[in-house]
Design a protein around this ligand. Structure first.
Ligand code: 13P
Length: 252
């Protein structure tokens, strides 16, 4: 039997959140302090909120992450944030290669790999996102696309401890659509298998594989018990404690 790694439920706030949103984090942190969750819990706010969120989350086990980083540690890159800066602001992880970055900023696998390596250099866990479009799924190319992204985006520095893979089908993000649990299991099992050849250090069995795309309180339980699913990357439903907490509690 595969030894299941401790699950991770992470919230990706995307470009949402002002100081006033910290009250959601206060509620989440208080709940986690009261009853320990069965998974690691993380929020990835916009970079502007990392430091104040760190102060709010301090007494709890809530972890924080960034949503993107530059591949360099510093330099003349107006508007960018380095992995070292995210770490300095209180992050333990950073999402790289989210489909919105791949789409909005034309990020390619080679860029994602450099960003993941930068995360490792800074001592951050890299949450590397992969996922097919609807057109690709309909063409029967989902596994091929995901395999290609995984191979191209995983740096040689990846281990089971410093790397998490998030499978996020592009067509399921923010649409209310989700793949069947059988489809999720198929892709996750494929990713696990590919990691056997791609991961140079650590155990592929212990790499956490998150599912992301329209995860809600209503579907979290069945997704989280799906084969080879070790947690969730949650967008919209992570913005409000009353939606995010039931997802965290669905982890058993
Ligand atoms: P939604 O949960 O809003 O579909 O977003 C998923 C996502 O992109 C998380 O990174």
């Amino acid at each position: 039997m595969r030894r299941t790694p401790r699950p991770l439920v992470a919230g990706n706030w995307k470009m949402h959140g002002l100081k006033s949103s910290l009250k959601q984090v206060r509620t989440i942190a208080a709940s986690l302090a009261k009853t320990a969750p069965a998974c690691d819990v993380m929020i990835c706010p916009p970079a502007t909120l990392l430091r104040p969120m760190k102060d709010v989350a301090k007494a709890s086990k809530l972890k924080l992450g960034g949503q993107d980083c530059h591949a360099s540690s510093q330099g003349a890159h107006t508007g960018d944030v380095s992995a070292e800066m995210l770490k300095d602001a209180g992050a333990a992880a950073v999402i790289v290669g989210h489909s919105e970055r791949r789409e909005d900023h034309r990020e390619m696998n080679v860029d994602v790999r450099a960003k993941a390596a930068a995360a490792h250099r800074a001592g951050l866990m890299a949450i590397i996102c992969v996922g097919e479009t609807l057109k690709q799924r309909k063409a029967g190319a989902a596994l091929r696309v995901v395999g290609h992204q995984l191979k191209g985006s995983l740096p040689s520095t990846a281990t089971d401890k410093n790397t998490v893979i998030a499978y996020e089908p592009v067509w399921a993000i923010g649409t209310g659509l989700t793949p069947t649990v059988d489809d999720v299991a198929e892709v996750h099992t494929y990713i696990r298998k590919r990691l056997q050849a791609l991961l140079l250090d650590g155990s592929p069995e212990r790499v956490r594989l998150l599912y992301g795309g329209s995860v809600k309180p209503a579907n979290a339980a069945e997704l989280l018990v799906t084969k080879n699913v070790d947690g969730a990357l949650v967008g919209g439903a992570s913005l409000d404690a009353k939606d995010f907490l039931p997802i965290v509690r669905a982890c058993r």
